[in-house]
Design a protein around this ligand. Structure first.
Ligand SMILES: NC(=O)C1=CN([C@@H]2O[C@H](COP(=O)(O)OP(=O)(O)OC[C@H]3O[C@@H](n4cnc5c(N)ncnc54)[C@H](O)[C@@H]3O)[C@@H](O)[C@H]2O)C=CC1
Ligand SMILES: O=C(CO)COP(=O)(O)O
Length: 340
């Protein structure tokens, strides 16, 4: 696990000017990053410029959380899903300055309450704007300053626009969206599909199979999303299709690596032991099955991924089960229930 503590960017440092980043006029200057793993560190690096003050906190860092968030214009959480409820509660007990924007970059679902990270933050801070940041953003490419785009979504548009301005650079293009739940679920649900995609490649099923998998993955994600209040359109954007393509086709993706390893006969325990960082799709698959059962949403691909992760099916049986389902018209099940 990558665990960077506030060494490069300390609470009292004035940050060095990044030569390739134009000065930003935003009134928003102070960022507190909570969760300094691969993604939190990458986002801090993106925001780094002379007029920004960046403070960082993770559970093993020497800084005091209250000092790090005090007076921050933006509090960004890049904690993995399992840490979100407890971290949100710690921050709630400390309290935030009025007007502080909360940005959540976690892609996951809470196993206890089935809530998304943005819902957890909004429940803890009903009077603060909450902005979801999600998109095709493999952190290893972002830190190399390769061009990338992302989405910041909120029902509070001025807050989303402030976050857009704060994080935009000439290599990181930020779009605003008004559908936070859709934006968040795109990034969350594609992690399960990335596991399926890794299985597909690990089994050498070929390009046709991969194209079929990813194409059928999208309506499955849309069915879940629209049931939970998202707009279908959002899933055709960067945080849906965009992140699906990035994560399902890259060995840099930890979720893809999980699927690939399972297809090559490794156990889940072995894979997770060797994995650098968090593969949220493992938890998400389990939670998603419960959500889908509750709402009667057909999720055939995710259900096979969940069975594979539980060890109750093999990759070969999972593929067979998907191929042997009832025949149907291509578009009958985008918004309607069918068998799973
Ligand atoms: N790495 C990437 O390319 C991207 C990751 N994400 C998402 O960002 C989130 C974090 O991912 P990474 O930074 O890659 O993971 P990571 O494993 O590198 O870092 C996770 C961070 O969460 C903290 N954490 C974990 N459990 C905690 C707990 N119980 N209490 C407090 N803190 C806790 C860790 O200390 C660490 O700072 C995930 O939801 C992931 O899906 C989103 C976009 C890109
Ligand atoms: O969300 C990501 C890219 O957008 C990162 O994917 P992994 O968590 O699978 O590495």
């Amino acid at each position: 696990m990558i665990e960077r503590i506030s060494t490069q960017v300390s609470p009292d440092d004035t940050l060095r000017a990044a030569a390739d980043i134009a000065p930003c006029d935003s009134a928003i200057k102070t960022l507190a990053v909570i969760g300094v793993g691969a993604w939190g560190s990458a986002l801090a690096a993106i925001a780094e410029r002379s007029e920004h003050k960046i403070r960082m906190w993770s559970r093993r860092s020497p800084e005091n959380l209250a000092d790090v968030i005090a007076g921050a214009d933006i509090v960004l959480s890049a904690v993995s899903m399992k840490g979100v409820p407890s971290v949100a509660e710690q921050v709630r007990q400390i309290g935030l300055t009025e007007g502080t924007i909360i940005v959540t970059a976690t892609k996951g679902l809470d196993p206890k309450t089935l809530r998304t990270p943005s819902k957890i933050w909004q429940d803890a801070f009903p009077d603060h704007p909450v902005v979801v940041l999600s998109g095709p953003n493999l952190s290893k490419e972002i830190v190399q300053k390769l061009p990338a785009a992302t989405v910041v979504a909120s029902t509070d548009i001025p807050a989303a626009e402030s976050v857009q301005e704060f994080f935009s650079t000439d290599t990181f293009r930020v779009y605003v969206n008004t559908d936070p739940i859709g934006t968040e679920l795109g990034g969350t649900l594609k992690n399960v599909m990335a596991i399926a995609s890794g299985v597909c490649d690990g089994m050498k099923l070929g390009t046709n199979a991969k194209a079929a998998l990813l194409t059928r993955a999208l309506p499955e994600m849309i069915r879940v999303g629209t049931t939970l209040g998202a707009s279908a359109e959002t899933f055709f954007g960067l945080s849906g299709l965009g992140d699906l393509l990035a994560t399902c086709d890259s060995p840099l993706s930890r979720n893809y690596q999980v699927g690939f390893g399972l297809a090559r006969g490794k156990t889940l325990v072995e894979i997770l032991d060797q994995l650098e960082g968090t593969a949220e799709g493992v938890n998400t698959a389990r939670v998603l099955v419960r959500l889908a059962n509750q709402h009667e949403i057909p999720i055939p691909i995710s259900r096979q991924v969940s069975r594979l992760l539980k060890g109750v099916t093999t990759p070969q049986e999972a593929v067979q089960a998907l191929m042997e389902r009832d025949l149907k018209p291509e578009f009958c099940d985008l918004f309607e229930d069918d068998d799973s």
